[in-house]
Design a protein around this ligand. Sequence first.
Ligand code: ADP
Ligand code: MG
Length: 445
Amino acid sequence: MHDRARARALPHRATRLDFLLPKEKIWCPAKNTQIPVPPVSDPNLFHRPGYAQDLARQLLEPGPLDEGLRSGVFLSGIRRIGKTTFIRQDFIPALLERGALTLYVDLWTDRTRPPMTLMLEAVRAAASELQHPASGLLQKLRRVKGVDFGAAGISLSLQLDALGTPGGASLADVFVELVKKGQGHVVLVIDEVQQAMATQDGQDMLFALKAARDRVNTATDLPGRLLIVGTGSHKSLVTDMATRRSQAFAGAHTASFEPLGKDYVEWFLRRVEAAGLVAPPLEAAMEGFRSVGSRPEELAKAVRQFQDEVAAGRGADAGTVFATICATLATAAAELDIQSIEEAGELAVLAFSRIAAGQHRGLFAAETLATFSAALGREVSPNDMTPAIEKLVSANLIVRKGHGSFEIADPFVRHVWLQHLQMRQTLSQPETPQPAKPGSAAGAS
Ligand SMILES: Nc1ncnc2c1ncn2[C@@H]1O[C@H](COP(=O)(O)OP(=O)(O)O)[C@@H](O)[C@H]1O
Ligand SMILES: [Mg+2]
């Protein structure tokens, strides 16, 4: 949503990559001139230049132990913790600053559109931008690399319209050209990369990218490499991508995205105070931030509620008050998730619980259907199963991992659901008196 709002705010489509560049003007092909844009360094965002520089350096100038990064790097972390923000505001500028031609595609911008279509669009946008001598991307590369790309900009000797069609240029052809003409490394950043695993189109895209990577990186006459970075909100799916033999990116490097830390919380509290509001104590804010999953939006919500408590004269023990607010927020978020699962219907609930318990396959197996039939007290057929699963998939509660295999979309929701089931089970069990153990003293242990 954040991304879409930003994309809408951009004056035109062809220079989508432009917003990644720190500068005041961008090239507008429609007007054939430079037009002003708001500065990229957004004062409402906390920047992480150190983290960005470290990652960029590791990727572009790998040490002897980082060579594996050449196969691809996947960063994972739960939703809403700032991955996209970091990638766009800090990481991509750091890569460009080091002279790497960087392309970005977010597979979650529009989940109804096939990954390959989104990828081809991003590649075409980048290529068409490079053709404009005054484009920000080109100017940046020119400045950083000290290379004069010629008066006409970089034009690829490929038909971009036919890209990806039978008989047209392949992704590998384009990336070879980009490395050659851009005279250096090309980095492709794919946000929410695990989305590609859900469909055949996405899998095809991954294999096409692998082919491109292998072609560029084994060539001896190219001035750079193709480096692929993926981010994902689903750790186990992302890990699957990097470890399963059948996957295009088997062997890629995986790491956890570093969540925002104390420096972020301090920065945020200073802004709260600067706005004339009351900030909770740092330690309580830090603990609260962790308890709401290190999500900036939840912290803001908690601080907002904290103002009401203070105004009502309940702010004396600020630390405890703030901790309670955060705990309540965490529970409320969990309740919303539970509600959306239950709304999918009783069969969907059984399917969800089975997957959450780690049984990713066999939802349509006779044995599973028999168990579900017994639990519901009615016959459950494969025909009943299909719509229940579709409901869970379209609500983005589960994702397809491959043929007949599913995974819970958000690990946090899985955790919440398992806790909920456990609590329900405990509550529904009649309390049975424990037989006294002979010789065991009451209260021992
Ligand atoms: N560094 C940051 N400074 C301020 N707000 C941030 C920062 N990173 C993330 N946020 C806010 O947190 C929310 C989620 O961020 P986003 O990057 O979309 O997370 P993710 O990609 O992990 O789902 C957004 O509202 C975003 O503005
Ligand atoms: Mg994101």
